[in-house]
Design a protein around this ligand. Structure first.
Ligand code: UDP
Length: 317
């Protein structure tokens, strides 16, 4: 029997590339599409030569053409770190809006299931804690993060419209902070920045007083949650994340400890609209997907350390 075929947009990014591995492992033929704006071929180079893998360099804000049948489309293309949105605000808005529209059109044409990568950023700087899927959020549309938050909110609206109006089979995953191998050393997010600084013996730059909280998920847990959602019947959004919440100051201290570094912490200005708290309520994922994260943060950080050591060596070479 022919293999099922999945298109993964943003397939050579951090999450996209781990999804390529997962769906190949689950017996799919994977078509990875990426314009390499923030993704890297290095993340999927181990799959080149695999007969179940194809790479297409393409910007999904333009018309998307894929030859042959598709069973599923995972739409993961987007800049995804606050520094990226600051540097690429228009591309961020375009891929979440025009890109989502194009890829939904392709899913309709191919009669394929569509899975949208949404985000905890749809909740903005939340007034409800922890955040469950029924919370509508508190987003500043004109702030520097608004380009990402509003694009993803639009993408959710467009996805539901295609589901309701065109009968497309859709899924929406709201992804919380995730970490693991293949993050860019300079993507500006807390974890790669702290790892890089700690391994280089430089001060860790904590923004504000570090009392803001996040809840970090190890990439393997996230990928399993997304896979289960893609196989489920759940149309409405599902949070996937690890509810283990920490302050950013404690997180920086933990990275200093795990890396065995003698770095100190320095405090810098808090970026605009930086959410003060973030923690997923994952009751729904537990109920409908029988999913919950398995990897404790300390174990996940240790698993990720070798990757960052190698990246730091390369960068310093
Ligand atoms: N942060 C920090 N120092 C850094 C990078 C980030 O203190 O060098 C903080 C940032 O202000 C935020 C948290 O760490 O409160 C998580 O930031 P990240 O960019 O990883 O993702 P976000 O959850 O804000 O999208």
């Amino acid at each position: 029997m022919a293999k099922k075929r999945v298109l993964i947009t943003g397939g050579s990014g951090f999450l996209g590339s781990h999804l390529c591995d997962k769906y190949i492992h689950e017996g799919y033929h994977v078509i990875c599409m990426d314009n390499l704006l923030t993704g890297s071929e290095d993340n999927v180079s181990h799959l080149f030569g695999n007969e179940n893998f194809e790479f297409h360099k393409h910007d999904v804000t333009n018309y998307v053409y894929v030859k042959g049948d598709l069973d599923m489309v995972l739409h993961f293309a987007s800049p995804a770190s606050p520094i990226d949105y600051l540097e690429m605000p228009i591309q961020t808005l375009k891929v979440g809006s025009l890109g989502t529209h194009k890829v939904l059109g392709l899913a309709k044409e191919k009669n394929a299931r569509f899975v949208l990568a949404s985000t905890s950023e749809v909740y903005g700087d939340p007034n409800v804690h922890p955040q469950d899927e029924d919370y509508w959020g508190n987003v500043n549309p004109i702030g520097s993060r608004g380009v990402y938050d509003e694009a993803k909110r639009f993408a959710e609206a467009m996805t539901m419209a295609y589901h309701r109006f065109h009968g497309i089979d859709t899924r929406i995953v709201r992804i919380f902070n995730t970490y693991g191998s293949r993050m860019r050393l300079y993507d500006g997010r807390a974890l790669p920045t702290f790892m890089r600084q700690a391994l280089n013996g430089e001060p860790l730059t904590v923004y504000g007083d570090g009392s803001q909280t996040r809840s970090f998920t190890y990439v393997d847990d996230l990928v399993e949650g997304i896979y289960r959602l893609s196989m489920s019947d759940e149309i409405e959004p599902v949070n996937i994340g690890n509810p283990d919440e920490t302050t950013i100051r404690e997180f920086a201290e933990e990275i200093i400890e795990v890396t065995g570094s003698s770095s100190k912490i320095v405090y810098e200005e808090l970026p605009d609209d930086d959410p003060q708290v973030r923690q997923p309520d994952i009751s729904k994922a537990k109920r409908v997907l029988d999913w919950e994260p398995k990897v404790e943060r300390r174990d996940g950080l240790i698993k990720t350390l070798d990757y960052f050591k190698e990246q730091v060596l390369r960068a310093n070479a």
